[in-house]
Write a protein that binds this ligand. Structure first.
Ligand SMILES: Cc1ncc(C[n+]2csc(CCOP(=O)(O)OP(=O)(O)O)c2C)c(N)n1
Ligand SMILES: [Mg+2]
Length: 70
């Protein structure tokens, strides 16, 4: 992801768009990103879960949900 891009080109600013589901799977890597690539910008696409998985299978399964505040 942007961690590799930022480490290889520190003179550039990587811009990351990440879904709320993917964020939960990669949160530790985001910590490393902010430590090693502080110029990175992250946009979180918040749509309450694994939307692509809902489209492919089990649209009503609770395990597709990401808890979010109303
Ligand atoms: C390491 C890993 N685990 C599980 C998956 C299966 N997977 C593919 S898409 C997805 C959900 C993505 O959700 P989100 O990032 O919120 O994107 P959205 O579909 O909501 O736009 C998952 C769990 C994966 N691709 N990689
Ligand atoms: Mg999502």
């Amino acid at each position: 992801m942007d961690l590799g891009a930022g480490l290889s080109r520190p003179d550039h600013r990587p811009v990351l768009f990440i879904g709320d589901g993917s964020l939960q799977l990669t949160a530790t890597e985001l910590g490393t990103l902010y430590q090693r690539v502080p110029q990175a910008v992250v946009f979180l696409l918040e749509n309450r879960g694994y939307t692509v998985e809902r489209c492919i299978q089990s649209p009503h399964a609770v395990y597709q949900d990401i808890l979010a505040r109303d």
